[in-house]
Design a protein around this ligand. Structure first.
Ligand code: M6R
Length: 608
């Protein structure tokens, strides 16, 4: 939620277009409002409004804003409606400071009351403005930005990052207190951002800012300090090799479609990203654990549901998948040093997951994680993490990261099955080979054979405000994921559930023509006959993703059968999500919804 980007340069006086370029790369983080502030001729210029990035940038001519330093912000609204006045950045009272934040200030209301009582002019209902006034209160007394920021942060409660500048110097200041922040060191310019895609066009020399740290950007250098006592911190920059082309559409109409098509290559890069001895250490920790908890949200959670089935089927290991926000109230009192908590997150910033990490670390549980964004808060807080190596996933709906998460868990489960002797050597080694070698071409084939049919189903499905996606065993999580994609980008209430559970109530919804989507792993085809029959005899229109099977063919008309290539029981669930992603994509575009930026959603949710 929300993205901030700040830059100071001694080379440029046309900073507006760099800010726009940087901000554009953060649009996936928030698209309720857009704002840019620059310092020009000793004054702070500020332009902002509600609306989509391109529209606001064009209307307000943001790229033309002059100056050598500035801050841009993309907002995903929590405190204060999406409106011009609540858009960030914000001025302080006398307009000599200006700043923007990402995250939440939870004591915003009492601070607002206090500061107003002290005579501050607070113009918005947005908590980002409070950060600026918190600094102003001290800056007006001492004229020292660093001290004012340190003291201001002492007054703010919550998880956030913010950037602030004053009109008198050439610096941009930023802090990380729970939300992501990266600094970049270019030639004659430095910058700071919530995420790397906006920094990489400026420089590849990166410093990861850690929680509790302040970064002071001057055009020539980046200085890090501890916020609590101002002590300087030495940290060498590293060179990022992230592929910046990934952050461009590359001829596809949307990032979502591009990222669906990238899944063959992203599952390949998974196996170059994960390295020994870390994979073995990861498995050792799981094998030694008294209990294994998977903790994640949204698509990442759905991937953990599939993971639990894999661990059971292949390694005979029990595990518990829990939604991030539920964990503490469900298991928090019993979690302890013998437990392993595996946190799974694309962004590595999801607050509901980070809260669990803090809780479990305090209780000495071991924290493992599976993360796509390296340098994210979750990688910093974990005892051990495995990267997904997917590159940037720009579209708000997760696609390729989900597939890589599931692929990784099937790989780990197979290896642990071999180590525990729960899998025959030949079967296990065959499966490892399948995952590394056969999966990418099978993904390509799946797209080739299902894309046209998925697209053709869109007009029919668009007639229904709700329908079901049912899975069984290994495809349970696949059904949850397919349903989530459809809800998220098509604004249709698609309910994902376990297919044997459907008869316990929801079956009553079925009338003639009512769509039910099934996802079926090969060995479960016979098992599914009951579930298919009970909806078919009540007139449901069955849409099915699975391998070609004569039994299943009896229930599904050709045009509704999204046939994935033959592989095996364990590989097939990885493939089966792809037609469901395509279904969601084409249904969204049929309904004229931009699937990359679904209404009300942000890619990175750093609020509770
Ligand atoms: O970055 P994370 O994997 O922690 O994000 C978790 C969810 O917010 C995310 O998967 C969300 O559900 C997706 N937008 C769904 O497509």
């Amino acid at each position: 939620m929300c993205g901030i980007f700040g830059i100071t340069s001694k080379r440029r006086s046309d900073i507006g277009h760099i800010l726009v370029e940087g901000a554009e790369k953060l649009t996936y983080r928030g698209y309720d409002t857009v704002g840019v502030a620059t310092v020009y001729k000793g004054k702070i210029l500020l332009r902002k409004d509600r609306g989509k990035f391109d529209e606001v940038a064009t209307k307000l001519r943001l790229a033309e804003m002059p100056g050598s330093k500035g801050i841009a912000q993309l907002r995903w609204a929590t405190f204060g409606a999406p409106s011009k006045v609540n858009a960030q950045p914000h001025y302080d009272c006398d307009e000599d400071l200006c700043g923007a934040h990402n995250g939440n200030i939870v004591n915003y209301l009492p601070l607002r009351e206090q500061y107003t009582g002290e005579g501050h002019t607070i113009r918005s209902m947005n908590d980002g403005e409070i950060c600026v006034h918190a600094v102003e209160r001290y800056y007006d007394k001492s004229g020292d930005m660093v001290e004012a920021i340190q003291k201001g942060c002492g007054d703010l409660h919550g998880d956030y990052a913010f950037a602030i500048m004053n009109m008198k110097d050439d610096k941009v200041y930023a802090v990380k207190m729970g939300s992501s922040l990266f600094a970049g060191i270019g030639k004659g310019e430095t910058c700071v951002s919530s995420d790397l895609p906006s920094i990489l066009p400026v420089t590849r020399r990166i410093i990861n800012v850690l929680d509790g740290e302040m970064v002071i950007l001057s055009p020539e250098r980046v200085e890090l300090r501890r916020i609590n006592d101002g002590a300087p911190i030495e940290r060498e920059p590293y060179t990022s090799d992230a592929d910046i082309r990934v952050a461009q559409k590359g001829g596809y109409p949307h990032f979502m479609l591009k990222e669906i098509h990238e899944q063959a290559s992203s599952t390949r890069s998974l196996f170059s990203a994960i390295r020994e001895p870390f994979v073995t250490q990861f498995e050792d920790a799981l094998l030694d654990a008294k209990r294994i908890f998977f903790v994640a949200c949204g698509s990442s959670y759905n991937a953990t549901v599939v993971a639990s089935y894999y661990l059971n089927a292949l390694a005979k290991l029990p595990s518990i998948s829990v939604v991030g926000g539920q964990f503490v109230s469900m298991y928090g009192e019993s979690v302890g040093e013998d437990d392993v908590v595996v946190c799974v997150s694309q962004s590595g910033e999801t607050k509901d997951v980070i809260d669990v990490v803090h809780h479990c670390r305090n209780r000495n549980a071991r924290i493992l994680s599976v993360v796509n964004v390296l340098g994210s808060t979750l990688t910093q807080l974990s005892h051990l993490y495995l990267p997904l190596g997917c590159g940037f996933e720009i579209s708000v709906p997760a696609t390729k990261t989900y597939t890589s998460q599931v692929t990784l868990f099937s790989y780990l489960a197979t290896r642990m099955g071999l180590r525990r002797g729960t899998l025959a050597r030949e079967t296990g080694e065959g499966l490892l080979n399948d995952l590394q070698k056969r999966l990418p071409p099978l993904i390509e084939q799946t797209i080739a054979t299902t894309e046209i049919k998925a697209r053709a189903l869109a007009p029919y499905l668009a007639n229904y405000p709700h329908f079901y996606v049912l899975g069984y065993g290994l495809t349970h999580g696949v059904a949850l994921e397919g349903a989530l994609k459809i809800k998220e980008v098509c604004y249709i209430v698609a309910d994902g559930m376990y297919s044997s559970e459907f008869k316990h109530g929801p079956l009553s919804i079925v009338t003639n023509g009512y769509p039910i989507v099934f996802t079926v792993a090969p060995n479960d085809s016979e098992e599914l006959v009951n579930h298919l029959s009970e909806v078919e005899c009540r007139g449901a229109r069955i849409i099915l993703t699975g391998e070609d099977h004569p039994l299943l063919r009896r229930y599904v008309a050709e045009e509704n059968y999204l046939v994935v290539p033959n592989s095996n029981h364990y590989l097939s669930p990885i493939l089966q999500v792809i037609p469901l992603q395509l279904l969601a994509y084409y249904l969204a575009t049929y309904k004229n919804i931009d699937p990359d930026y679904p209404r009300n959603i942000s890619k990175t949710l750093t609020v509770r």
